[in-house]
Design a protein around this ligand. Structure first.
Ligand code: AMP
Ligand code: TRP
Length: 331
């Protein structure tokens, strides 16, 4: 049995990109692996965030997990900050990652550029080290994430190898990232050269499908998606990024490659094609949203799930932390 672990940080309204690239893929692991899925609330503090919004978004994320089909009897579902062991491990691991490495992370470069390189919290810089600690604490083999998080998992892999070779032993499991076959990177509908990401920018929001948008809004956003001046539905991400992104979304919904999806729309105009994409998205999101609302309405129940999950997660984390503390000589 492999150990599988992943998380999402509660920093904004979840998008169709998060759904396709990340948590929709988690439940498939839970029948034949040991699965740990958590809400990365400490990571949410790496950029300024309103406390009330953060508090509420933590419950949103766990409700999305449950709506996607994660079963708390099969998967260990928890909140990152309920695990004090991660803070201890972080204090240790900070010494084994190099400043040059974290400075090279694409996410760090992008986010610090957005802050005009001023007032960058140190936590933003050390973000991938805390992430590595999340991964190491449960002896994780596999980390399912979208394409943009792959670099962080690779850094965790490097760090594990470095640690093991320095202390001459298999103290830390060396993890591997896996991304979904279709939908590793869903692009914005209004600006298909940029990724669809949680954003506060009002202009950008037109291109983002939020999982909590109502049906009318979702259909409108898809019908107004930017395409091109041609008239053929063809998969070609370089020359036809808008159409290709819609084909990727359609393919992700129908579990087929975008090239395969393309064949269904030969000779059809963009309007008909977009309508089919909107139908496919709603077919899956409609029932998903109903389940989400049911879970989200009971915060006491969600707290209970967190509390059971934390207990189980800490049972796995404690011996791993002990092993690492012994390796370095503080125990
Ligand atoms: P984030 O939104 O950066 O907190 O990412 C949460 C998870 O969703 C990570 O596994 C990301 O790789 C994934 N993800 C975020 N945006 C997208 C996107 N546009 N397409 C595919 N996966 C995504
Ligand atoms: N950084 C991930 C995100 O952007 C969240 C995360 C934190 C994570 N720790 C992790 C993902 C460990 C996978 C494994 O949402």
């Amino acid at each position: 049995m492999a150990r599988v672990l992943s998380g999402v940080k509660p920093t904004g309204k979840m998008t169709l990109g998060n759904y396709i690239g990340s948590f929709r893929n988690f439940p498939e692991f839970q029948d034949s692996n040991e699965v740990y899925i958590f809400v990365a609330d400490l990571h949410a503090l790496t950029l300024p965030i309103d406390p009330n919004f953060l508090h509420s978004t933590i419950y949103d994320i766990v409700s999305f997990y449950l709506a996607a089909g994660l079963d708390p009897n099969k998967t260990i579902l928890f909140r990152q900050s309920d695990i004090p062991e991660v803070a201890m491990l972080n204090a240790i691991m900070l010494n084994y990652a190099y400043m040059g490495e974290t400075a090279e992370m694409i996410q760090f470069k992008e986010k610090s550029a957005k802050l005009n390189n001023k007032a960058i919290g140190v936590g933003l810089f050390t973000y991938p080290i805390l992430m590595a600690c999340d991964i190491f604490l449960y002896d994780t083999d596999i980390v399912p994430v979208g394409e943009d998080q792959r670099q962080h998992v690779e850094l965790a892999h490097t760090l594990a190898r470095r640690f093991n070779s320095r202390y001459k032993g298999e103290f830390i499991k060396e993890p591997r990232a896996v991304s979904p076959k279709v939908g590793k990177r869903i692009m914005s509908l209004s600006d298909p050269l940029h990724k669809m990401s949680k954003s506060d920018d009002r202009e950008a929001q037109k291109g983002i499908i939020y999982l909590q948008d109502d049906e009318k809004t979702i259909r409108k956003k898809i019908m107004s998606a930017v395409t091109d001046s041609e008239t053929n539905v063809h998969f070609d991400p370089i020359n036809k990024p808008g159409v290709s992104n819609l084909l990727t979304i359609y393919g992700a919904m129908k579990h087929m490659e975008p090239e395969e999806a393309e064949k269904l729309f030969v000779g059809q105009n963009y309007g008909t094609f977009k309508k089919a994409v909107a139908d496919a998205v709603m077919e899956e999101l409609g029932p998903f949203q109903a389940k989400f609302n049911a879970f989200r309405s009971d915060e006491a129940k969600l707290e209970e799930i967190f509390s059971i999950g934390a207990k189980k997660a800490r049972e796995s984390a404690a011996p791993v932390l002990e092993r690492i503390m012994k390796a370095v000589g503080i125990r």
